[in-house]
Ligand binder design. Structure first.
Ligand SMILES: [Zn+2]
Length: 83
């Protein structure tokens, strides 16, 4: 008879996420920091400056991976209304 051990397939606990997983980049501290979220922006808990999701470097890398989907001839021409 086959003997499957179902216990090994039990889902891992989801309660392992730590507070420090949530960090943004502070240009004043020049590092990723914990932050406070307000309605308009997020602020460094260390120096109070606005923080960004990514550092400039990381943002550049991220943006470079996003290739603009430009397609020649895919755009409709302007309609002329010279009737
Ligand atoms: Zn800071």
């Amino acid at each position: 008879m086959r003997n499957f051990n179902l216990n090994t397939y039990a889902p891992k606990s989801m309660a392992t996420s730590s507070f420090y997983d949530d960090q943004k980049f502070c240009h004043e501290c020049d590092t990723y920091v914990a932050y406070l979220v307000s309605a308009e922006a997020s602020y460094c808990t260390t120096c109070g400056s606005k923080v960004r999701l990514l550092s400039k470097q990381d943002w550049g890398m991220f943006a470079s991976t996003l290739k603009p989907a430009k397609q020649k001839g895919g755009r409709p021409r302007k309609k002329r209304s010279t009737a």
